[in-house]
Design a protein around this ligand. Structure first.
Ligand code: PMP
Length: 415
């Protein structure tokens, strides 16, 4: 038996602990050093849209490396960057009639969020930013102050320095109450708050419990922002790049954010990469105002460009939506069949889960599923949600197998 803890950093700053050591992964499967196979419903916390070592992306990456393609170029123009940018405009932005400039803010989701906050403050000349209940936006000091979970902020002594917290859709019961609260606070001088630079939000709250905003609420929030001159930042780090069934999670709402944050899934291969999309008129950076050594990871641009090939074919999007409906149907059936769960189906697309009304149950279900060979994680302020993030390319057959194991795990935990 291996001491698996020796195979991770000794510094326990990370939250997950899977009691094994993994050595190999392909598509939707992982294997540990004892040869046990796992179905991956975790996908690198949503960073592996196209599965592990996707054959098509791998081929492009190997071709690039074997051809001595540039890996690190910092601010130099390269063919890998050019190819990616061209394809992103052609396949993603142009067909959606979206007019944005693309910035490379650094390798992580936190980097794109930080860049969005900085640009919004510079554009408006204001300081504070609205973020919402149960939000997660990152772990650096600025993004952490937007993050709702007080447990994550407390140790670092991060106050809500720049952040005005507002109720997310239905946090106060229904959409109208949250909208009325926002309007009152922002418009009534008696509230005493300074007008913020921006509002930042996730359309589906990945870490905060898979709460999915209604399209109506998103449109109304956009309207409030437009009326008051507050920029709208959509943090699509987890919900974007197809996870909810459309490339951008906000597409079905028909809104046009001022700034869009993408990361996790954008490279398609789990390589660090992030993008900040800004409306052209907000490109007021001075040279050097937001830079970083790992801003331009060429290997990631190569796999990201290859991954966009999936989006050239509309059937890819339709397949994600069909699989999402399948997950929704099965989860809905499970909460009906097991009322002791006191469950609620949450989320959208291939980012759904079951919120359990019994303390500790979601964690136990995930542990049981792990023993049975399915990797799942929890979400939510009390870890009350069993969260499913399978690769978008997963087959219906394997999806069903994983869901079957989930059901067996629920049965085990309720007995
Ligand atoms: N925003 C959202 C919505 C996220 O889910 C995450 C990561 N879970 C981040 C930002 C931060 O990304 P990273 O961990 O790559 O810094």
């Amino acid at each position: 038996m291996y001491n698996y803890e020796r195979f991770e950093s000794e510094v326990r700053s990370y939250c997950r602990s899977f009691p094994t050591v993994f050595c190999k992964a392909k598509d939707h499967l992982l294997w540990d050093i004892e040869g046990k196979e796992y179905i991956d419903f975790f996908a690198g916390a949503g960073a592996l849209n196209y599965g592990h070592n996707n054959s098509f992306l791998k081929e492009k990456l190997i071709e690039y490396i074997v051809g001595d393609g540039i890996t690190h170029s910092l601010d130099m123009a390269t063919m890998a960057k050019e190819t990616f940018l061209g394809k992103f405009y052609e396949v993603i932005l142009a067909p959606r009639r979206m007019n944005y400039k693309i910035m490379f803010p650094g390798p992580t989701g936190t980097n794109t969020v930080e860049s969005a906050l900085k640009i919004a403050r510079k554009v408006t000349g204001r300081t504070s930013v609205i973020s919402f209940t149960n939000a997660f936006h990152g772990m650096s000091l600025g993004s952490l102050s937007m993050t709702a979970n007080p447990g994550k902020r407390r140790g670092a002594g991060v106050p809500l320095e720049y952040c005005i917290r507002m109720p997310y859709d239905r946090f106060l019961g229904d959409s109208e109450s949250s909208l009325a609260f926002m309007r009152k606070f922002l418009q009534d001088k008696g509230s005493g708050i300074d007008l913020p630079a921006a509002m930042i939000l996730e359309t589906v709250q990945g870490e905060g419990g898979l709460n999915a905003a209604s399209f109506y609420w998103l449109r109304e929030v956009e309207k409030i922002g437009r009326e008051l001159g507050i920029l709208l930042i959509i943090d699509d780090v987890q919900a974007g790049c197809g996870r909810t069934g459309t490339f951008f999670s906000f597409e079905p709402a028909g809104i046009q954010p001022d700034i869009i944050c993408l990361s996790k899934l954008i490279s398609g291969y789990g390589l660090p990469m992030s993008l900040t999309l800004i409306k052209p008129e907000y490109d007021i950076w001075s040279p050097g105002e937001h830079n970083g050594t790992f801003r331009g990871n060429n290997a990631a641009f190569v796999t990201a460009a290859a991954a966009l090939t999936y989006w050239e074919d509309r059937t890819f999007q339709e397949q994600i939506q069909q699989k999402a409906e399948r997950v929704h149907r099965k989860l809905t059936q499970m909460i009906a069949d097991y009322p002791e769960l006191r469950g609620e189906v949450r989320g959208r697309g291939l980012m759904q889960g079951i919120a359990c009304g019994v303390d500790g149950l979601a964690e136990n279900i995930c542990k049981s599923a792990f023993r049975r060979g399915v990797i799942l994680e929890t979400s939510g302020p009390r870890d009350e949600v069993v969260k499913l993030l399978p690769p978008l390319t997963i087959t219906e057959e394997v999806l069903d197998q994983g869901l079957q194991v989930l059901e067996e795990s629920i049965q085990e935990c309720l007995n």
